[in-house]
Design a protein around this ligand. Structure first.
Ligand code: 13P
Ligand code: SF4
Length: 301
């Protein structure tokens, strides 16, 4: 049986949905019932009446879905798919810092493990970080783990004292200002859309800074050419819709290896119960992590 037919049959039998991040390979995005950035996946999966959610993304995304849909069976299609940034600081270290600085708010980027979310006050996405930090009652903020996103927020919210950790996304952090200048020279007149996980020197040259979802909206909303500085999954998919309009910045370095691990066969095997990794999180840990995610909604995701 053709793999697409096998997946369609399994979805009906298991009452399953496929949730895929926009960095996934086009063949995987084509199969998705839910497509979006990490928080959109968790929100939309929670609203669905599926019994099983197959996650095509990295582990923290599957955990986020499980935290907001504790009664659903959530299976990460590729068990090895992990985001290195999500565990670049130890939860014990954050907890010790909190004890030493009781007035500080710990703000965790959504790209974190459940253990890190559990020791934070609030989670943020790349699109909500500025707004949420601005609205927090605390002036002193510890922002974990992404130093680049933390630095971007610091520049937008100068009234707060924001301490950052030294974490980073190895994919986006590789972008340099010279890469952007070269791309602008090669495509004069093209606008530059960039993810805030890129370093500050590069971000200064951007016309637009935003999450993957915001970048996609931006591309759809403008008419001209766009140089896209985020993981290449966005351009790989959207250039089918907008041929010749999009230019991938440094496609060779802007490929997240973990995001490319999922295959259609893995999706089928995850539903069949012979592959994938079913997410299980300790109930107390899940409760603490959920509180940080719910606070994100309170402060305006
Ligand atoms: P988004 O929340 O913008 O989708 O980012 C996820 C991610 O992994 C960025 O590298
Ligand atoms: Fe993590 Fe970066 Fe890959 Fe996103 S692109 S999943 S932040 S390593």
């Amino acid at each position: 049986m053709d793999i697409n037919d096998r997946i369609a049959r399994l979805k009906r039998e298991k009452n399953a949905v496929i949730a895929a991040h926009t960095y996934q390979p086009p063949a995987v995005q084509e199969l998705a019932d839910i497509l979006g950035d990490s928080f959109a996946l968790a929100q939309k999966a929670a609203r669905s009446d599926a019994d099983t959610v197959v996650v095509c993304g990295v582990r923290f995304m599957a955990e986020g879905i499980k935290i907001l849909s504790p009664k659903k069976r959530v299976v990460l299609a590729s068990p090895r798919a992990d985001c290195p940034m999500a565990r670049q600081i130890e939860p014990e270290r954050v907890a010790a810092f909190r004890r030493a600085h009781p007035d500080i708010a710990v703000v965790a980027y959504i790209n974190t493990t459940a253990e890190l979310k559990a020791v934070a006050d609030v989670c943020v996405t790349s699109s909500s970080a500025v707004q949420i930090v601005r609205r927090l009652p605390q002036r002193e903020i510890l922002f974990i783990p992404d130093k680049n996103l933390g630095d971007y927020v610091r520049r937008q919210v100068p009234e707060k004292n924001i301490l950052t950790w030294d974490g980073y996304c190895p994919v986006h952090n590789a972008v340099t200002a010279d890469d952007v200048l070269e791309a602008k020279a090669a495509h004069p007149g093209a606008a530059v859309a960039m993810h805030p996980e890129c370093p500050p020197q590069a971000l200064e040259l951007a016309d637009m800074v935003g999450s993957t979802a915001a970048i996609i909206d931006y591309i759809r909303g403008v008419e001209g050419e766009v140089i896209v500085a985020t993981e290449r999954g966005v351009v790989d998919k959207l250039s089918l819709e907008y041929p010749g309009r999009l230019h991938q910045l440094r496609g060779d370095c802007l490929t997240c290896p973990d995001m490319k691990l999922t295959t259609p066969l893995m999706i089928a095997e995850a539903m069949e119960g012979i592959g994938g990794d079913e997410i299980a999180i300790d109930p107390a840990l899940m409760e603490a992590a959920r509180s940080s995610l719910e606070n994100m909604l309170t402060y305006g995701a």
